[in-house]
Every structure is written in structure tokens, then in C-alpha cells.
Ligand binder design. Structure first.
Ligand SMILES: Cc1cc2nc3c(=O)[nH]c(=O)nc-3n(C[C@H](O)[C@H](O)[C@H](O)COP(=O)(O)OP(=O)(O)OC[C@H]3O[C@@H](n4cnc5c(N)ncnc54)[C@H](O)[C@@H]3O)c2cc1C
Length: 448
């Protein structure tokens, strides 16, 4: 049997495991994750009110329940956990599917002021990621600025505008639900530095903002018209053209001034500094930009400030280097050839990558499937050479002997039961456990 470790149980890890066992009956796979819960960003990124996308977890579950696949949660690979070199001794091949765990920075003064957060931190909070440090995101805030105009920016904007009735049926943790329900944020400004035709959100996500109960949408037709492709969208590809059509519809409708929440969509504004009052963020200073005729924008020397006690920076994700693996700092990815890890231009036998750490943080969940397939083809082509390696009998026995105590599938199922019980006790559906201790207590309750 070819024994493969897949590091990361997000979409790319699950699709890699699926493809391996589907394409070859002589393969066994361990899927390791540093978290006791599987599914990566499908559990800890996809917005809780997007139940249909969330339900993709059911498809990934069938992979992890396959008879030749084993889930080993709560096992960190790298510093503080199992070294990558040790993993290579335990498996014929290791496929790293560790995603892109950090956010890009703006690099402007005031970025780290209290009240300024990356969208990653905010998303992790409402998704119950156990590394979340605070429940205080919206405390004291009336006006929020979201910097960025991609789908994650739309997600966090929408979550700030949603009320208790809409959030309560989700699996959002109770503390986040209570905080958002009590939030005094009435204005959310979502701001892009380029024009509306260049925004990266998809039309479905954008349109959804217009249907939020109790929420008015404001766009400034004069600002939108700075974009030549807004005025004449005929040359645009279908996706941005549809976005422009949605924005045109809103520009032609008077905003609902009676709505308790307002979303202001702003364009051609580049953040230059976050401004403080009493040691906390109080506003964002922007420079007005204008199209430079080459698809970019340039500054105009005209400045504007938008009040904000909460700032969420949503300008992209970035991979982080994993000890023992090469890393391209320019792209935030591991260099590879069809999924085979490259060290100084040469293929490293037995080491592979898939998903965001391979191709960067782009695409939808489904994009990870062909990406994983390409890597699996490489693994299976290398099988004959990989099988020469002598391995200990069972990597799990070896890991346990070294003090590693993985959360196995039964442990994850115990977490699921605990989340269902918590929800029932709160009069809600499933409610996620938000901290390490309650997750590990639940997981280990399956073994006592
Ligand atoms: C906020 C947000 C919302 C999104 N919403 C949508 C959406 O609605 N629809 C859609 O199609 N796509 C969405 N996406 C994109 C989608 O989530 C990604 O395409 C996908 O999750 C990438 O898969 P991945 O497996 O490469 O990484 P991830 O999903 O990030 O999985 C990586 C896994 O590796 C584990 N890991 C990391 N480091 C280690 C380590 N050292 N040791 C062990 N384990 C480790 C992590 O715990 C994690 O489980 C969203 C992305 C974000 C950020």
C-alpha cells in the first residue's frame, strides 16, 4: 500500500484524499489538521448565513469517512508540533494542503490601532475559530469602514448589517451572535481604490447586499461615473458587466433613509492612514484616485475622511512559510511543478502541494478539485519510486509513542454532538464551540 499524509483538511486536502483513493485502490491516506475540526475554510471562512455553501461539508465528510482515509485532527505540522522531516519518515508521500493562513497588510500609518482588524480576524471570530482572541469587535462602534471590494469584504459587510432574526438560525457562536445583535453599527462603508468595473466581488454576493432586511444601499452616481467602463460597459466581460448593471440599478433608486442600517459602496478611494482619537481608530483618511488610462489608478491629491470606530481590512490572503518547505515570498506559495515541491528548481521526491498554498488564494471551493487532481496524478506517477522507502508499521502508533494525541473521527463526531446539544440548550440549531478547551473536552469525551 502507498501510504500518504495529507496536511490540511480543507477543500484541497479532502479533494486530494478523494482523488487518491478513487484513482488507486492500493493507497491509504491520513488527513492531518492542526485543528480538531475538519473542512478548513468551509467551516472557518464561508459565511454562516450561506448555508448552501456550508453544506459542502457534507460532501467533504464522505471523503473523510472513506474506509481508506483517516482523519487525525489536533496535529500541528511544523514548529510546536510534528516536524515535516518526521512526517516524511512516516509516510511514502506528504501532500501539503495548508491554505493561506494570513492576511495582506495595507502598510499605512495607524493600521494596528485598536479597532482596526483584518477581515481574517473578524471572520475567524464569527466562525468560532478557536484561535480568536476577542469578542470586542463591534463594541462602541457606530460607523465601520471595510477596506476592499472582494467577496470577503462583502461577507463582513453583510454580517455587520444582519440582525438577530437572520443570524440566530446560523451556527454562529453564541458570543458573536449576542455581540452582533447588540451592535450599534448603523453605517458600513465598503471602499475600493479602483472603479466599480474592477471590483472583485461576484454579482450574486453583491446583489445579496441589496436584499438585506432593514438595510439601505447608497452609491454615488458621480463617483461610479469616474469609471469609463461604468459609463460604457459594452466592452466588459460578463461578470463585471453584471456588477455594473446592479450598481446602476442602485444608483437610479433613491436610498431608503428610514432603514436602520446603511451600506455605502465607495470607489476610487485609496486608504492613506487610520486616524486615532483617545488611542482608538476614529476615522480613515483616503486619497481620491482617478483612472490612469492603463487599467490602474493614480492619486489626485484630494483627500477625504470617513468616520469609523471599526475598520476591517480585506485586501487579500497570503500563504505562510512552513518550516522545512521551500517558499516563494513574492507569491506566498510553495514552488512546485504540477504539484511536486521544487527545491532550488529540482523536484523533491515524496513532497507535494495542493490548494491555496500551491496556487495562491484565488478561486472558489470547486477550483481546488482540479488543482488537487493535478497533484494526485503526480503522486501516482511517482508511486514506484516512493514505495522503495521503508516505513514503520503504523504512523499513528509511532505518533502516539511520541506523545501526539490526535482527535480521530470519533472525537470529531463527539464535537458535532456537543455543538448540537449546545444549540438545543440555547433554543437554536447547531451552535459552534468557539474555544480550544471546549473543543478538546468534547473530543476527548468520546474516549472516556
Ligand atoms: C473568508 C472566506 C470566505 C470564503 N467563502 C467562500 C464561499 O462562500 N464560496 C467559495 O466557493 N469559496 C469561498 N472561499 C474560498 C475557499 O474557502 C478556498 O478556496 C478554500 O478553502 C481553499 O482550500 P485549501 O484547502 O487550500 O485551504 P483551507 O480551506 O484554508 O484549509 C487549510 C487547512 O490546513 C490546516 N493547516 C494549516 N496549517 C497547518 C499545519 N501547520 N499543520 C496542520 N494543519 C494545518 C488548516 O487548519 C486548514 O484546515 C472563502 C475564503 C475565505 C477566506
Amino acid at each position: 500500500m502507498l501510504r500518504v499524509a495529507v496536511v490540511g483538511s480543507g477543500p484541497s486536502g479532502c479533494y486530494t484524499a478523494q482523488s487518491l483513493v478513487q484513482q488507486n485502490s492500493e493507497v491509504v491516506v491520513d488527513v492531518l489538521d492542526r485543528l480538531p475540526c475538519p473542512y478548513g475554510l468551509v467551516r472557518y471562512g464561508v459565511a454562516p448565513d450561506h448555508e448552501k455553501i456550508k453544506s459542502l461539508q457534507n460532501n467533504l465528510r464522505t471523503v473523510l469517512e472513506h474506509e481508506r482515509v483517516r482523519f487525525l485532527g489536533g496535529v500541528r505540522i511544523g514548529p510546536g508540533g510534528v516536524p515535516t522531516a518526521r512526517l516524511r519518515e512516516l509516510y511514502h508521500a506528504v501532500v501539503y494542503c495548508v491554505g493561506a493562513a494570513t492576511d495582506r497588510r495595507l502598510g499605512i500609518p495607524g493600521e494596528d490601532l485598536p479597532g482596526s482588524w483584518s477581515a481574517t480576524e473578524f471572520v475567524s471570530w464569527y466562525s468560532a475559530h478557536p484561535d480568536t482572541a476577542t469578542d470586542g469587535f463591534v463594541v462602541g462602534a457606530r460607523s465601520a469602514v471595510v477596506i476592499g471590494v472582494g467577496n470577503v469584504a462583502v461577507d463582513v459587510t453583510r454580517m455587520l448589517a444582519r440582525g438577530l432574526a437572520e443570524l440566530s438560525p446560523t451556527d454562529m457562536p453564541q458570543a458573536a451572535l449576542a455581540a452582533l445583535a447588540a451592535s450599534q453599527v448603523t453605517a458600513v462603508h465598503m471602499v475600493g481604490r479602483r472603479g466599480p468595473s474592477q471590483a472583485r466581488f461576484t454579482t450574486k454576493e453583491l446583489r445579496e447586499l441589496g436584499g438585506l432586511p432593514g438595510t439601505g444601499i447608497t452609491v454615488d452616481p458621480a463617483e461610479l461615473s469616474l469609471d469609463p467602463a461604468y459609463t460604457d460597459p459594452s466592452g466588459l466581460p460578463a461578470a463585471p458587466r453584471r456588477n455594473v448593471e446592479v450598481l446602476r440599478g442602485w444608483a437610479g433608486t433613491p436610498p431608503d433613509d428610514t432603514a436602520p442600517h446603511h451600506i455605502h459602496l465607495r470607489f476610487f478611494l485609496r486608504p492613506v492612514a487610520l486616524l486615532a482619537d483617545a488611542g482608538r481608530v476614529a476615522a480613515v483618511r483616503f486619497e481620491r484616485t482617478a483612472p490612469d488610462g492603463r487599467g490602474g489608478v493614480s492619486g489626485t491629491g484630494v483627500f477625504e475622511e470617513i468616520e469609523a470606530q471599526l475598520v476591517l481590512r480585506s485586501v487579500g490572503y497570503r500563504g505562510v512559510p512552513l518550516e522545512g518547505l521551500p517558499f516563494d515570498t513574492a507569491t506566498g506559495t510553495v514552488p512546485h511543478l504540477a504539484g511536486r515541491v521544487l527545491r532550488e528548481g529540482a523536484v523533491t521526491p515524496g513532497e507535494y502541494v495542493a490548494g491555496w498554498i500551491k496556487r495562491g488564494p484565488t478561486g472558489v471551493i470547486g477550483t481546488n478539485r482540479p488543482c488537487a487532481k493535478e497533484t494526485v496524478i503526480s503522486v501516482l506517477e511517482d508511486t514506484a519510486a516512493l514505495l522503495h522507502k521503508h516505513l514503520p508499521d503504523d504512523p499513528l502508533t509511532a505518533l502516539r509513542a511520541e506523545g501526539v494525541r490526535p482527535v480521530e473521527w470519533a472525537g470529531w463526531q463527539a464535537i458535532e454532538r456537543a455543538e448540537a446539544e449546545l444549540g438545543a440548550a440555547l433554543g437554536r440549531g447547531v451552535v459552534k464551540l468557539p474555544d480550544w478547551q471546549s473543543l478538546m473536552n468534547a473530543a476527548h469525551s468520546s474516549t472516556v
